[in-house]
Design a protein around this ligand. Structure first.
Ligand code: ZN
Ligand code: ZN
Length: 355
């Protein structure tokens, strides 16, 4: 945590900000190590405070190394005011895309003399670059999901419901060390596979249907995210063409993932292949996103993704083709950008699996 604090302080200094106020779940954990659900971080040039309530006293003292832990009384805002004003803080960086309007108003009323300034995603910038421990956790989360995929292949058969598959995936992941799923698993069969975010339903899985499984789990706070689409029964020519187009787009984009390439250029490689095959309008989302403490974070690999990929970023590569009232295919890998290219963290097979 000390390295992270040092990096944050360096960025604060560069922005002429004397202090930062952080309490979003991921940023709070990133900077303080705190895994609980309530706590407020104040970082100044030479101090770091963790403000929480009595329930988290012991946990905060154990986890927040290098922080002065303060337990607030009945009023959180009285405590924040005291801590901030006693440090003569004149301007405070806040998480603009997280703080609610009511919290902001409360802070403003209590800290009349303090200027509240947007941190402009300063923490998200730091979180772009994963350290070895973070990479290990993400890789472990990906490995659990890979094992879950292998397991689920033996479980899927015509007649079971999407929800049965989702529950089995979750049970397996938790049995093997995950604390939770990264998001509600997407288990979308048949015509529902044309919904890019078709969270599992009570629908029965039938023979002759695509089945898209998009899921991930959390290990030590870090997420994984992968998608495989399998076919229940024997795929026909059109279904094979759709699948193989997505696969080619996924693989060609993957080859491009390395330091120095701009996010939108990776997206374009996949998009061009899908467009050339006649399905351009059926790929309506970006190619990928960063993954870490949050399942969707920077950088974005989409037509809008201007960020240049660098070593130690973790991104997904997930093109898809979705045809309304017909079905869809998506294939997603989790990929670590390395000094000389990339390493794929999700290793499940990608050829068309017919069950
Ligand atoms: Zn996914
Ligand atoms: Zn994803």
């Amino acid at each position: 945590m000390e390295k992270r604090l040092a990096k944050l302080r360096e960025r604060l200094a560069n922005s002429n900000l004397p202090a930062a106020f952080i309490y979003s779940k991921e940023n709070r954990r990133y900077i303080s190590g705190f895994t609980g659900s309530t706590g407020y971080v104040i970082v100044t040039a030479d101090k770091a405070y963790f403000v929480t309530d009595f329930r988290y006293r012991d946990q905060a003292q154990q986890q927040c190394k290098g922080f002065e832990v303060i337990i607030h009384g009945s009023s959180l805002f009285d405590q924040l005011k005291e801590t901030i004003l006693s440090n003569q803080i004149k301007a405070l960086g806040i998480e603009e895309s997280f703080m609610t309007v009511s919290f902001y108003e409360n802070l403003k009323t209590n800290l009349e003399s303090v200027e509240l300034v947007s941190l402009k995603g300063m923490l998200d910038e730091l979180r772009l670059y994963k350290d070895p421990e973070e990479i290990e956790n993400i890789a472990k989360a990906a490995a659990i999901a890979d094992d879950a995929f292998t397991h689920i292949l033996g479980f899927i058969k015509p007649g079971i419901k999407e929800i049965d598959v989702a529950v089995e995936l979750e049970y397996f992941c938790k049995k093997h060390g995950a604390t939770e799923m990264s998001f509600d698993s997407i288990v979308a069969s048949g015509v529902r596979s044309s919904l890019p975010h078709g969270v599992f339903s009570q629908k029965v899985i039938n023979n002759g249907e695509f089945l898209t499984l998009d899921f991930g789990c959390v290990y030590n706070g870090y997420c994984s995210d992968m998608t495989r689409t399998v076919f229940v029964g024997k795929a026909d020519e059109k279904q094979k063409k759709i699948y193989n187009t997505v696969l080619e787009a996924q693989q060609k984009a993957l080859e491009q993932i390395k330091p120095g390439i701009v996010g939108k250029d990776v997206d374009k490689v996949a998009r061009d292949i899908i467009t050339a095959a006649g399905f351009g309008e059926n790929f309506g989302h970006g190619l990928g996103h960063g993954v870490g403490l949050a399942v969707h974070e920077e950088p974005r690999l989409s037509p809008m993704g201007e960020r240049i990929l660098e070593a130690n970023m973790v991104v997904t590569d997930e093109p898809g083709i979705y045809i309304a009232e017909y079905g869809g295919v998506r294939i997603e890998d989790l990929v670590l950008v390395t000094e000389d290219g990339h390493r794929v963290l999700s290793t499940s097979p990608k050829h068309l699996i017919e069950l």
